[in-house]
Design a protein around this ligand. Structure first.
Ligand SMILES: [Zn+2]
Length: 288
C-alpha cells in the first residue's frame, strides 16, 4: 500500500469516527457483533459520463477506488464488499451525462442509458453530471432482487460525496427505505415505528420533508412570527427543526444515517444491516 493510500485511509477513519460520534443520538454500527455475515463481494460496473469541455471522465479511476474503500467500510459489518470491475467511459457524448427532459423524457433517457450500457445480473452505476428533478440521483428499491434493475444513477449536483451517495442508493438496492417518509408521521417514542417512516425501529423518527401543516395551531402562530425554526439542518449538520411530533416531543433523527437526506452520512443501524443482509440472501445477482 502506498503512503498516500495509508494517509487517506487514516484520515477517513478519523473523520468517520468523529462525525458519527457527534451526529448519532442512536449508535450507528461499525462492528459485526450479532449481525449476519453474508460474505459477498459485488463487482460494480461503472459507466462514467464525460465533462463538457475536455471530454474527460467526470471521475477518475483513483476517485472511484477511494469511493470503493469507503463503501467497503460502510458495508463491512455484514461482510459485503465491492470491487470496481469495469470502468466504462461513455465517450465523446457529453449529453449522456446530462439527463434533462428534452428532446425525450427523463425516464426514456435513463432507460436508454440502461439499454445501451448496463449488463444484466450485475450492479451497474451510472456516474452522471445532472438529472432533472432529482436530488442526488436515483435507484430501484430492492433492485438486487431483479435481474436487470440493480441500477444506480448518481449526479455530481449533490451535497453528499460520491461514496455517500452511492452507499445510500446501495441501501435502496438492498431493500432499505429513506429514514424519512413525508407521507407518514413517525412518533418520537417509536410506538408506530413498524408502520411509519422506514418501517425500521432502531432508526429514530425523522421529520425531514414534512410540511408545516402538521404543526399545531400554537406552533403555526410562532412560525408566522418567525419564532420557530422550520429548516431541518444547519450547514454543519446540526438538527435545528423546532416543530414537535403529535405527542409534543422534539424529534432527534440520526443526522449521520446513510438513508437520511442530510448531507452528513456516516453509517447504518443494526436494523438496517439486518434487513439488507436478508434481502441480499434472497437475491441471485452475480457475486464473487
Ligand atoms: Zn433515498
Amino acid at each position: 500500500m502506498q503512503k498516500n493510500q495509508i494517509l487517506l485511509k487514516f484520515t477517513f477513519g478519523i473523520c468517520f469516527l468523529i462525525s458519527c460520534l457527534f451526529l448519532s443520538a442512536q449508535p450507528l454500527h461499525h462492528t459485526n457483533q450479532n449481525l449476519p455475515c453474508v460474505n459477498k463481494n459485488y463487482n460494480l460496473l461503472a459507466h462514467v459520463a464525460v465533462d463538457s469541455s475536455g471530454r474527460t471522465p467526470i471521475y477518475s479511476t483513483d476517485e472511484l477506488d477511494s469511493m470503493i474503500v469507503k463503501l467497503n467500510d460502510f458495508f463491512s459489518p455484514i461482510c459485503v464488499s465491492f470491487t470496481l470491475c469495469e470502468f466504462n467511459i461513455m465517450e465523446n457524448d457529453y449529453s449522456l451525462g446530462r439527463v434533462v427532459s428534452e428532446p425525450i423524457t427523463k425516464e426514456d433517457q435513463l432507460l436508454e442509458l440502461k439499454t445501451r450500457f448496463a449488463l444484466r445480473r450485475r450492479i451497474n452505476i451510472f456516474f452522471l453530471d445532472y438529472i432533472i428533478s432529482e436530488d442526488c440521483g436515483l435507484s430501484n428499491f430492492e433492485g438486487i432482487l431483479t435481474t436487470n434493475d440493480a441500477i444506480i444513477y448518481t449526479e455530481t449536483d449533490c451535497r453528499d460525496d460520491i461514496a455517500e451517495q452511492v452507499a445510500h442508493h446501495l441501501g435502496h438496492t438492498f431493500g432499505l427505505l429513506n429514514t424519512h417518509d413525508p407521507e407518514t408521521i413517525e412518533l418520537v417514542d417509536g410506538s408506530n415505528c413498524t408502520t411509519t417512516g422506514d418501517l425500521i425501529c432502531d432508526t429514530p423518527a425523522d421529520p425531514f420533508g414534512q410540511g408545516i401543516s402538521n404543526a399545531t395551531a400554537e406552533e403555526q402562530e410562532l412560525i408566522a412570527q418567525g419564532l420557530l425554526v422550520t429548516r431541518f439542518s444547519s450547514q454543519d449538520c446540526e438538527f435545528i427543526y423546532e416543530i414537535k411530533d403529535p405527542n409534543g416531543e422534539y424529534y432527534q433523527p440520526d443526522m449521520g444515517n446513510i438513508m437520511s437526506a442530510y448531507p452528513c452520512k456516516c453509517g447504518f443501524t443494526k436494523g438496517q444491516y439486518r434487513l439488507m443482509a436478508e434481502t441480499i440472501l434472497k437475491s441471485n445477482i452475480r457475486h464473487f
